[in-house]
Design a protein around this ligand. Structure first.
Ligand code: THU
Length: 134
């Protein structure tokens, strides 16, 4: 991925944050997934009064792509953004979902308020993960 593609993906994650539904945490998060066929799928956190029924931005983006017919292996890169001092990583539930859908080498771009972007691999976020039952 070149720098322009990375910035376009991160911008998509930043821009979609305006649609977050987060009346409880007031912590909008945006995620953008780049597909192998060059499309960008975005998602936001959608909270619920029960708290536990909240859906994170990462799963919202992924479930949108799944609903359109995309299947494991479709993800080329992942970007996550929130208004945070330090880099905002996906929660552990989202990591578990992502490892089923993306290769361990998939680049993950994390952002922080000062505009810096950190590049990791999904494997860095979810080593030794549960991926199959046989
Ligand atoms: N959240 C996300 O959407 N993604 C993350 O990576 C971290 C947390 C959301 C869940 C909840 O709506 C709010 O941020 C506070 O935890």
């Amino acid at each position: 991925m070149d720098q322009n593609q990375i910035e376009a993906l991160v911008d998509a994650a930043r821009n979609v944050r305006q649609h977050a539904y987060c009346p409880y945490s007031h912590f909008p998060v945006g995620c953008a997934l780049l597909s192998q066929d060059g499309k960008i799928f975005t998602g936001v956190n959608v909270e619920n009064v029960s708290f536990g029924a909240t859906n994170c931005a990462e799963r919202s983006a992924l479930f949108t792509a799944a609903s359109l017919g995309y299947r494991p292996g479709f993800i080329k890169a992942i970007a996550v953004t929130g208004a945070t001092e330090d880099f905002l990583p996906p929660c552990s539930i989202c990591r578990q979902v992502l490892v089923e859908w993306a290769d361990p080498e998939t680049p993950v771009f994390l952002t922080r308020n000062d505009g810096q972007i950190k590049r990791l691999k999904l494997l860095d976020l979810a080593p030794y993960s549960f991926t199959q039952m046989n």
